[in-house]
Design a protein around this ligand. Structure first.
Ligand SMILES: [Mg+2]
Length: 251
């Protein structure tokens, strides 16, 4: 006899899915530098940050935890590298700016809840769905979510720092499923990264929804995702879940 599989757990990415930075990183860095008497262009800092972040992530994956770093040290090094690449080699002048940025990035005021996020999370819970966070983030995430009033929606917040593996590593998704005690077939993940969120969660047998921004999707990516798994905004999630639910028949 056929019966319906009910989705029971939704796991969520955070950055650029539920929250975004109020200001571009370069602006944030330039403002803090100015407050410490250093004048550096925001665009230069933005470019330098992307390069420093890429290099640091490559050399020290997941905050370098397995190489003896802490996530705090990892971030302070990213800031110092950013300023170095932007033409400020004086590490001593940059140290207090790095401390300040580290503090400020965990303040709720640095972040903005994306449109529709709160209502969607509420709507999901109203349907009896359990919600959890699976995010490539450090330990500060819990406090950020609490400060923005979103923490209460989630059973747990699993960061890559706590799990020990970043998305798309299957182990972080397995850990979330273990914590929730649900089978991947009745869990779905929502995120904005094709590689980390969509492919990562699919690889462990979960359903996936990709939040897409206003920019056109890479045609190769678009071609590989069923239309009903693309979310032009978070308000598309509940109708998409209804369609998915309707199509899930277990024989
Ligand atoms: Mg994201």
């Amino acid at each position: 006899m056929a019966h319906r599989l009910q989705i029971r757990l939704l796991t969520w990415d955070v950055k650029d899915t539920l929250l975004r930075l109020r200001q571009p990183v370069g602006e944030e860095y330039a403002t803090k530098a100015r407050a410490h008497g250093l004048e550096v262009e925001a665009a230069t800092l933005g470019r330098a940050f992307r390069q420093a972040y890429r290099t640091q992530s490559h050399s020290f994956p997941n905050y370098g935890l397995s190489q003896g770093l802490t996530s705090r040290r990892w971030w302070l090094d990213v800031v110092s590298q950013t300023f170095h690449l932007a033409g400020v080699p004086d590490a001593q002048a940059v140290a207090p700016i790095a401390e300040q940025l580290y503090e400020d990035f965990c303040k709720p005021g640095t972040w903005q809840v994306l449109e529709g996020a709160e209502a969607t999370l509420r709507g999901c819970r109203k349907r009896g769905l359990r919600l959890a966070v699976v995010s490539n983030f450090d330990q500060r995430l819990e406090g950020i979510l609490r400060g923005l009033g979103l923490r209460e929606h989630f059973d747990f917040v699993l960061t890559s720092e706590a799990a020990g593996w970043p998305k798309p590593d299957p182990r972080i998704f397995h850990e979330a499923l273990r914590l929730a005690r649900v089978d991947p077939a009745v869990a779905a993940h929502i995120g904005d990264s094709y590689h980390c969120d969509y492919k990562g969660s699919q690889a462990v047998g979960m359903r996936s929804f990709l939040v897409v921004g206003p920019e056109p999707l890479d045609p190769a990516v678009k071609g590989s995702i069923p239309q009903e798994c693309l979310l032009p905004s978070l308000s598309h999630l509940l109708p998409a879940l209804d369609r998915l639910q309707g199509s899930l028949l277990e024989l």
